[in-house]
Each structure stands twice: as structure tokens, then as C-alpha cells.
Design a protein around this ligand. Structure first.
Ligand code: SF4
Length: 357
């Protein structure tokens, strides 16, 4: 039995299925669909009759949420598992991933690793330096659609050739882990723009200090990809970050008709204070493109927390009021928030946390 705990598309599990089926084994594959943020889900799997159970997860929050009973041969793997260093044996690593008959999209990596060492990221530790892994042709196989999960494809010398191949074969594709805006050039942007691209081109804006640089690069990117809202930026939120700085990033993106995707560090989520509630609201607004494009944060809060509408002066505001909300949240966290608006904000933010998508 192969158990994928929390990965949208688990390459290791898929390779294992190919391998064991080729050995003549009957394989049962289960997707538990657990998420990243702490939750109360857990399960006990009765594996009586199975010779082997492999459990794979990528988020540490889920490392101990699956218990397997009645089987003596249970292995746990994946970067967030109780044994995060476990690697696939070479004979399994060499296998192609298994696809179900209804699946129409290839998934995989052309490269592994990364050239950077961002302090919040596990890739440098688990994958090491950037290196080629599979050819683009191998990943795509016979499919017409492909999702590439490369960590930093633009840092690889073969990226332009790979994109030329994808364009030539009219593969509908995306690089879903994001593109490094520090590495865009006229040459790779021309190729990115020529792709039959699925969804938005994703970049990252992980620090407000990068805004001036990103603004300059955006000018270049938009020369090739001018369509409004066709660019998305991951917005990492760490526990030591000032909320005003996060809001400044979000505001900057909205002004430039780029979508944010707010990714809260687990420590931010776990804090359970006004600030983490504020970020829950902010993420719920930012991470739903239809709502983010259509309304400002104040309107969004009105809809999300209608019961608290009368409480404060922050109910009917322009989008720029989000920064003052953040300031109030920060102030409240420091124990010095006394304004009625801030109280309204705090009450709003804490009442419906489970609404986030
Ligand atoms: S660039 Fe992306 S993949 Fe590379 S270390 Fe930073 S966050 Fe991780």
C-alpha cells in the first residue's frame, strides 16, 4: 500500500507504484489530502494482508498523523516525514511515474536543487545544489499538458532550450514552484511568453526590501507578458516580519495588477494572536483571485465578518487602509492598541478563522 499524505502530486509514490507493479505486485494507492496548516485530521490504517506500506508526506505538521497497524513492514519518507533523509532506492528512482487512465497532465522535474539559500526554504538542505535531473522530453512523455515542479528553472543553463522544445511541441505547461525574477532576461522572457502557459506566471516577493528591484524587473517582464493579472507572486510571511511590510508588498502587487499568494510560515499560523488572525484574513483575500481583483480589503472584511460591521471605522475604506489595519494589529500584539477601530479589526479577525480557503 502506498499512502500520499499531503502532496498534490507525489512523484515518489508514483514511481514506487510503477516499480512494484512491474514486480507483479498488486498496489493500492491512497491520497489522504491533508493540508499544510495544523488540523485535527489523523488516521489509523489497518494494513492487514499488505506486505509493505509506504507513507509519504512533505509537511512536518503531518509527520505523525498516520498510524499503520497490522503490518510489520512500514516505511515513512518524504521531506516532512519522521525520516526526512530517506531517499528512494536507485532502482525505484529510475522508474517513470505511474499515471491513472484519466490523467492527462505530466508532472515532474527537469532539475532538482537550487542556487539560492533562502532561510525559510527546505530545498537547499534536502536537494542541495541545482543540477539537471530529467530531460524535458522524459517528463512530458506522450502528454500534451505538463506541470514542472522545478525549484528554480531559470537558474539552469538548459532552461531556454527546454522552453523552445515546449513551445515547438505546443505543450500546455507551467512552472508551478515559481520563477526567479532576479534571473529574468530579454531572452528567457521571450521564450516564457511564447509558451502555451497554464494560469499565471509565478514569481516571489518574499521581502518588502525587494520592492524597488522587483518594480524595475516588472517593467521588463510586462514588456513580454503585458496581460493584467497574468503574473502571480508568492508572498512569504515570517514570524519576525512587520505586518506593515507584508501589506506593502500586497498593495504593491495590486497596484501593478499582479496576484499575490500569501504563504504564512507555520509559526505565524500557530501564534494564535491578533496578528495571526489578521494574516488569516489577509491570506483569505489575497489567495482568492476573484475577490482580490474585485474588492479592497475593507470590503472583503465586511463580507467575511458581517456581524462585526458596526464595530469600527475601518469598514468602508479604500484598499490602502489595509496598511493601517496591519499597524493596528502589530500595535495590539505589542499591547498598545486602544482604538475602537483596532478593536473592531481584532474582533473581526478572530471570529471566523476557519473560513480561509
Ligand atoms: S529560490 Fe526558492 S527554491 Fe531556491 S532556496 Fe529560495 S525559496 Fe527555496
Amino acid at each position: 500500500m502506498l499512502v500520499n499524505v499531503d502532496c498534490r502530486w507525489n512523484l515518489a509514490i508514483r514511481r514506487m507504484r510503477t516499480y512494484y507493479e512491474a514486480q507483479g505486485c498488486e498496489v493500492d494507492m491512497r491520497d489522504l489530502g491533508y493540508g499544510f496548516y495544523p488540523h485535527s485530521k489523523s488516521c489509523v490504517i489497518d494494513a492487514a494482508g499488505y506486505e509493505l506500506v509506504a507513507v509519504s508526506n512533505i509537511f512536518e505538521t503531518n509527520a505523525y498523523r498516520v498510524e499503520v497497524v497490522n503490518c510489520e513492514n512500514v516505511v515513512y519518507g518524504g521531506v516532512g516525514s519522521r525520516d526526512g533523509t530517506r531517499m528512494l532506492p536507485p532502482e525505484i528512482e529510475a522508474c517513470e511515474p505511474w499515471y491513472g487512465p484519466e490523467e492527462d497532465t505530466a508532472h515532474g522535474f527537469i532539475t532538482r536543487g537550487c542556487i539560492r539559500n533562502c532561510y525559510f526554504c527546505k530545498v537547499p538542505k534536502h536537494e542541495g545544489a541545482l543540477r539537471p535531473y530529467r530531460s524535458v522530453e522524459e517528463v512530458v512523455g506522450g502528454f500534451k499538458k505538463a506541470v514542472f515542479m522545478d525549484n528554480n528553472i531559470l537558474a539552469w543553463g538548459g532552461a531556454e532550450d527546454a522552453m523552445d522544445w515546449l513551445a515547438e511541441h505546443r505543450i500546455s505547461c507551467e512552472f508551478n514552484q515559481g520563477l526567479d525574477i532576479r534571473l529574468v532576461t530579454e531572452s528567457n522572457l521571450e521564450r516564457l511568453a511564447a509558451l502555451n502557459y497554464r494560469g499565471e506566471y509565478a514569481f516571489a516577493l518574499d521581502d518588502a526590501r525587494m520592492i524597488p528591484f522587483v518594480e524595475k524587473r516588472l517593467g521588463l517582464v510586462k514588456r513580454y507578458i503585458p496581460k493584467p493579472w497574468k503574473l502571480k507572486f508568492f508572498v512569504y510571511v515570517g514570524p519576525k516580519m512587520a505586518p506593515e511590510e507584508t501589506v506593502r508588498r500586497v498593495e504593491f502587487l495590486k497596484e501593478h495588477e499582479c496576484l499575490p499568494y500569501v504563504m504564512r510560515d507555520i509559526a505565524v499560523y500557530r501564534a494564535g494572536n491578533d496578528l495571526s488572525n489578521f494574516y488569516t484574513d489577509l491570506a483569505a483575500w489575497c489567495n482568492q483571485p476573484g475577490l482580490f481583483k474585485k474588492m479592497d480589503f475593507g470590503e472583503f472584511l465586511d463580507k467575511r465578518h458581517p456581524r462585526n460591521q458596526r464595530r469600527g471605522g475601518c469598514r468602508s475604506r479604500s484598499g490602502t487602509a489595509t496598511r493601517s489595519d496591519a499597524r493596528r494589529a502589530g500595535a495590539r500584539r505589542r499591547g498598545c492598541l486602544k482604538t475602537s477601530t483596532g478593536m473592531a479589526f481584532a474582533a473581526n479577525a478572530s471570529s471566523d478563522e476557519e473560513k480561509e480557503d
